[in-house]
Design a protein around this ligand. Structure first.
Ligand SMILES: [Zn+2]
Length: 326
């Protein structure tokens, strides 16, 4: 009989222990998964698919140039605390391997472009034949600082919404793999999001198909719209080539100006991540109109027209279609 009290106390303690572990278990399950995305467009896709189940940090923010990014010590700290890292791949984030190493990141890396059919760079001005003689200087440079060369894979795969669908699926599977308890949430959000991407894709194709083919030509500053051009039937002539920091030579600029005149390119566009000067010069010297700003490699800041992947894409489609309309 004397053992009853201690036994009851033991039972109470055991029950209390169960309670505590249940509480902590629930708290753990409800805690958002820590994830990092390398740049703003991919970050938005992770935000759409991850919802409130994910606590997200994006390294290269709105209007930022991910080709030329310098990681900070703060970035290494954020990455060391993350369970999943989402990257574009296709050699876009050349600064990332050093950062992941420095941070001691021990989580999973998900390559969002996995499964995309890579497009090869043809070099700037590939719509014309004027530059056959002057792009040889590109060969043999070091592959660093965001410079790309003929034959390299073009990293800007998000500029085709069909690839955006692949990104969203990869993000959902990456999140599901890192956080199986909430896999259904990720997959459900991805399905709803993909339907929106596909609807916009169909709309964009319809809008460009209604524009005469010979008018579907534009100049942009860097070579970021190759996938867009292939998907929607628009020829993009880039003034700077594929890097965002290189100044084209006077001869290269003259050749582009000649091409714009010869092919009667209706419009030139500036980009949110590059200086507008060169493109404005081309507009002045050719009479092509400046069609506005396109979002190439980064979202806009909140409250501006390209604050999400869907919004930036729709904005680009509308700006281009309006400028090319006869
Ligand atoms: Zn780019």
């Amino acid at each position: 009989m004397r053992s009853i009290l201690p036994a009851r106390r033991r039972a109470l303690l055991a029950a209390a222990g169960l309670c505590l572990s249940a509480v902590f278990g629930a708290a753990h399950a409800a805690e958002p998964l820590k994830a990092v995305a390398s740049f703003s467009i991919l970050g938005d896709i992770v935000r759409e698919v991850g919802g409130s189940d994910v606590s997200l940090t994006t390294l290269v923010g709105p209007d930022g140039d991910a080709h030329e990014y310098e990681p900070t010590p703060g970035d290494a700290k954020k990455l060391s605390a993350a369970r999943v890292l989402f990257v574009n791949g296709l050699d876009f984030e050349t600064w990332l391997p050093k950062l992941t190493k420095a941070s001691g990141f021990a989580g999973q890396t998900v390559v969002a472009s996995q499964g995309v059919t890579p497009r090869k760079f043809a070099g700037h001005g590939d719509a014309g034949k004027h530059d056959d003689h002057d792009h040889d200087h590109d060969h043999g440079h070091d592959h660093k600082d965001g410079h790309h060369h003929h034959g390299d894979a073009d990293p800007h795969a998000w500029q085709n919404l069909a690839n955006g669908v692949i990104y969203a699926r990869n993000v959902a599977e990456g999140l599901a793999g890192a956080d199986p308890a909430r896999a259904d949430n990720y997959r459900q959000r991805a399905t709803a999001y993909i339907a929106k991407l596909q609807a916009l894709d169909a709309n964009a194709k319809k809008m460009f198909a209604a524009i005469p083919a010979e008018r579907r030509k534009v100049v942009t500053s860097h070579d970021a719209f190759g996938y867009f051009g292939d998907a929607y039937g628009v020829t993009f002539i880039s003034a700077m080539g594929v890097s965002t920091d290189a100044e084209p030579s006077a001869g290269e600029v003259a050749a582009i100006i000649e091409q714009v005149k010869r092919e009667r390119v209706p419009a030139v566009f500036v980009e949110n991540i590059t200086s507008p000067k060169l493109v404005q010069q081309i507009a002045r010297e050719t009479g092509a109109k400046v069609g506005g700003t396109l979002y190439s490699d980064a979202l806009s800041k909140p409250g501006q027209p390209g604050a999400t992947y869907l919004e930036m894409f729709e904005w680009n489609v509308r700006q281009l279609a309006a400028a090319l309309q006869p």
